[in-house]
Design a protein around this ligand. Structure first.
Ligand SMILES: Cc1cc2nc3c(=O)[nH]c(=O)nc-3n(C[C@H](O)[C@H](O)[C@H](O)COP(=O)(O)OP(=O)(O)OC[C@H]3O[C@@H](n4cnc5c(N)ncnc54)[C@H](O)[C@@H]3O)c2cc1C
Length: 376
């Protein structure tokens, strides 16, 4: 079976990672991205990269650049109470035989730039402002009509088009969709601060505030708020966020009073979750990333899992001549790992919303970090 000619739908974190891995293995890879350029779909805020994300990025030659451009922290995180007193340290997990920091913080635009440049170096053809009009599965390939008017035949189509995937209904039942979990995240970039030298979480009476260093000069603030699915029209995000942060003392109070002033600088995003039952492919179409396992931000693992998907997909395709066997192997290697992350992230969200008693979020986080440190 030949799987040399691959279409990746979606040039986000997972799609670009898969494209680099497949392109480096010698496949002809085309990425179609509906946005107009590399940065149009990316918010200017930051991203948490746990050690397992760095390992997967290393496998596609991108970890050094991420660490050089980011903030490699000496520990995973620290928990503060609402007044700002340190209650717990979270050292994070070491990956055996490797020297990745337990957490690297990076801006999303920088991550996109690194992945895009690597994809181009791997010979990937990235077409912006383009998506598919139709996918027709044949026995040995997929006929695709693209919105630029071209008709092309691919051995494999990879649906990496995110949480609202249009490829997903070609693989699983049409009514399978992510659900809004009842929390949304406010995020705001702030100048670097000596107190923010790893993920700093501060537990308030109604939600979790947090801080992440994302470069020598930059950090970001996030706040997970319980609310109905947010609409974007006419909101004063700075006023809302200040109100949410009013009960806090310590670090959060200081940052609130100094920097939460400009609504235009604040990003508010709904948190959605999904784990699709195996298999994650039908015929010659396969899903990865948020398209098949949407992960809420509570463990900073969504992008990490999307990158791992891309690396494992390229690995199974290199190992198996038979496409069906390769894609079955892909889901086998990915499903339980992603399910653990989806479900633990959801549990942390439930606990933050006061719906889960006797839950230890630090122990749950440590458990996931330990499992993620195991080989892919
Ligand atoms: C508030 C918040 C904070 C988060 N923080 C973290 C974090 O710190 N660390 C972490 O690891 N994860 C984090 N995540 C999760 C992470 O952002 C996602 O899991 C990750 O981006 C998934 O990658 P993806 O490539 O699957 O999807 P995406 O990154 O969403 O990429 C999908 C791409 O496909 C394109 N696209 C969509 N539809 C089409 C189409 N029909 N045709 C062509 N292109 C299309 C989009 O424009 C986009 O470029 C967070 C999520 C949220 C909501």
């Amino acid at each position: 079976m030949n799987h040399d000619n691959v279409l990746v739908v979606g040039g986000g974190i997972g799609g670009l990672s898969a494209a680099i891995a497949l392109g480096s293995n010698g496949s002809d890879v085309t990425v179609v991205e509906k946005q107009a350029d590399a940065h149009s779909s990316v918010y200017g805020v930051g991203i948490i990269q746990p050690a397992n994300a760095l390992r997967a990025l290393d496998m596609i030659g991108c970890s050094d650049a991420c660490i050089a451009a980011g903030y490699p922290a000496e520990g995973w995180g620290r928990m503060l109470d609402a007044d700002g007193t340190v209650v717990r340290e979270m050292p994070g997990t070491v990956i055996e035989g490797a020297s990745y920091p337990p957490m690297n913080g990076l801006t999303r635009p920088k991550l996109h730039e690194i992945l895009t440049n690597s994809a181009i170096e791997a010979g990937v053809d990235i077409r912006y402002s383009t998506t598919f009009e139709s996918l027709e599965t044949r026995d040995e390939f997929v006929d695709v009509v693209l919105t630029d008017g071209t008709k092309e035949r691919f051995d494999l189509v990879v649906g990496a088009d995110g949480v609202n995937s249009k490829v997903r209904p070609h693989v699983v039942e049409k009514d399978i969709a992510p659900r809004y979990i009842g929390q949304s995240a406010y995020r705001l970039n702030i100048p670097a601060d000596p107190e923010i030298d790893r993920i700093v979480l501060q537990e308030g009476p109604e939600g979790m505030a947090g801080f992440v260093p994302i470069g020598p000069d930059l950090a970001y603030l996030f706040y997970n708020a319980q609310m109905d699915r947010p609409r974007s029209d006419g909101r004063d995000l700075a006023e809302e966020l200040r109100a949410h942060l009013a009960p806090f003392g310590g670090l959060t109070a200081r940052i609130r009073d100094e920097y939460v002033t400009d609504s235009d600088a604040i990003v508010l995003r709904p948190e959605e979750a999904l784990i699709v039952d195996a298999p994650w492919h039908r015929g010659h179409i396969v899903l990865l990333g948020d398209a098949v396992h949407a992960i809420t931000p509570h463990l900073g693992q969504g992008a990490a899992q999307a990158i791992e998907d891309g690396v494992v997909l390229a690995d199974v395709l290199a190992k198996h001549d038979d496409l069906e066997a390769a894609l079955a192997d892909y889901t086998d290697r990915r499903y339980e790992r992603c399910k653990l992350v989806v479900e633990t992230s959801l549990a942390i969200g439930e606990w933050e919303m006061g719906r889960l008693a006797n839950f230890d979020n630090v122990a749950a986080t440590n458990h996931v970090l330990e499992v993620m440190a195991q080989p892919l």
